[in-house]
Design a protein around this ligand. Structure first.
Ligand SMILES: Cc1ncc(C[n+]2csc(CCOP(=O)(O)OP(=O)(O)O)c2C)c(N)n1
Length: 476
């Protein structure tokens, strides 16, 4: 490839060859002749190089014809589920604030299945650039009606033409987005002819430049041709875009606050340990706590606590997280509810680590605390090899069938009930786990329970339960 700027050549933000997975001899684009995606790809790639951000760019590609954007762009790439690009872009940008994040979406993707994602990302003013390809049709799936399909337009799903009475009006996304307070830049452009393409090229670059300058949410709607979906020649399609789409979706800038917008990189919005402990009314109680864990040697704990609503599963999970915070470890806790609040299934995911935690989800736990039969049935198979399963043997008759995990059968409900606090059965499960694994000394759980329960009598009963359980596990 030439380095002489006077020689026209393909942007370096594209791969040299577009080799496709499993298809050895295809090194060319998969887009149909006359499709707008290729043109817009080229403009984005050139702007990336103009701005010198190839190494920082992460392109989020959608479901739709542009699903394969990662075959073309030599940048970071994430391919996401239909409509979810702005949500994933939010996560990518917040976790890598120095990156340039592009959410690239079609009209089915952005204005139908992903309406909620785009509206809320725009409303939060996420620092990202969105390219919205409006070709008034679902291209990839064979020409079904899109939310932007025009009145009277025939598609595979509106064979007699779109009717307001049946399908409503074409949705105008730029108008909608520009009614929100947060977006800094909203513009609609077109690829229908050369003057419009030249304009689009400048707008694409500006929308990326905004992000380079940390200016916030930029949205560019690109009116685009889909000759295959619209069943016209490329020339006819562009004429149709001009004659029809330009009237319904006026080409214009809806908002440009970039001159005055402050840099809006989202700061790390997560709470720090002090804030969390304060919210839990525990801040002033941590001073006399002496951590026991050697953080450098701590092995990640990915725990699932599961049972039925009312067993105290969620609060036991959060107790483990609080204990982890006392120890100065990183931790996350998220609940997962069944449809019912009481009497239904209930489980939570707790992670504890000596490193920052990326995702709070525990898909393959190394610890399962199963408080009832359905929970054991549901989660036994996902526990990692060499993991630990604590079985509440008061309720669960069944034995664990796996041979590659360590199992402790403890009558958690029985012990808690006998010692006067049935609601402590999940804390008892926690005690069994700590006593079995010794990842954090079980006495430290006593400390946390003691500090967090205001009524001394109740705290004392909980502590007796913890000790009894620890004794039971010690004997196994
Ligand atoms: C969850 C889900 N629902 C539906 C589909 C089927 N589907 C694939 S692409 C598409 C529409 C894409 O249209 P658009 O976003 O306008 O992109 P284009 O293909 O026109 O570029 C649909 C409905 C899917 N893949 N996943």
């Amino acid at each position: 490839m030439s380095t002489n700027p006077n020689i026209l050549c393909k942007s370096k933000a594209f791969y040299d060859e577009f080799t496709r997975k499993g298809v050895d001899d295809v090194i060319t684009t998969h887009y149909c002749p006359g499709c707008g995606h290729g043109i817009l790809h080229k403009m984005i790639a050139e702007s990336i190089m103009d701005l010198g951000v190839q190494d920082k760019t992460i392109l989020i590609s959608p479901v739709g014809c542009s699903v394969f954007a990662y075959y073309y762009f030599d940048t970071g790439n994430v391919q996401v589920a239909h409509g979810r690009a702005p949500a994933v872009a939010t996560g990518v940008k917040r976790s890598r604030p120095g990156s340039i994040v592009i959410s690239y979406q079609g009209d089915g993707d952005l204005a139908a299945i992903g309406t909620a994602e785009i509206i809320h990302a725009a409303n939060r003013g996420e620092s990202m650039t969105v390219f919205f390809v409006n070709n008034a049709i679902y291209g990839m799936t064979g020409g079904q009606m899109a939310p932007t399909t025009t009145i009277g337009q025939k598609t595979a799903t509106t064979p007699y033409g779109r009717k307001v009475e049946n399908e409503g009006y074409p949705i105008k996304m730029s108008e909608l987005i520009s009614n929100l307070d947060a977006p800094v830049f909203v513009e609609r452009v077109s690829l229908a002819d050369v003057p419009n393409r030249n304009k689009t090229r400048a707008v694409v670059k500006k929308a990326l430049q905004n992000q380079v300058e940390g200016k916030g949410f930029s949205f560019v709607e690109v009116l685009s041709a889909c000759p295959s979906g619209l069943k016209m020649s490329p020339v006819q399609t562009n004429e149709w875009v001009k004659a029809t789409l330009h009237n319904i979706f006026p080409i214009k800038n809806f908002r440009d606050n970039t001159a005055t917008a402050q840099s809006s990189f989202k700061k790390d919005a997560s709470s720090n340990k002090e804030e969390v402990l304060k919210a839990l009314n525990l801040l002033d109680q941590t001073t006399d706590y002496k951590p026991s864990v050697d953080k450098s040697k701590f092995a990640d704990q990915n725990v699932r606590l599961a049972g039925f609503g009312g067993q105290g599963i969620l609060s036991a999970g959060s107790t483990l997280s609080v204990l982890a915070m006392y120890e100065g470890l990183e931790t996350t806790w998220i609940p997962s509810y069944g449809p019912e609040m009481r009497g239904g299934t209930s489980n939570c995911h707790v992670r504890v680590s000596n490193k920052r935690i990326g995702s709070p989800l525990v898909e393959t736990p190394n610890v399962l605390i199963a408080m009832n039969g359905p929970s054991l049935e549901k989660f036994e198979s996902i526990v990692k090899k060499d993991g630990v399963i604590i079985v509440n043997s008061s309720i669960i008759d069944k034995k664990v069938s796996r041979k590659d995990v360590k199992v402790y059968y403890v009558p958690l409900t029985q012990i808690s009930t006998d010692l006067g606090v049935p609601a402590a059965q999940s804390v008892a499960g926690l005690a069994a786990y700590l006593a079995a694994t010794k990842v954090i000394p079980v006495e430290k759980l006593e400390y946390v329970v003691h500090k967090s329960l205001k009524r001394k009598e109740l705290a004392d009963k909980n502590i007796s339960i913890i000790r009894k359980v620890a004794e039971h596990v010690g004997g196994q």
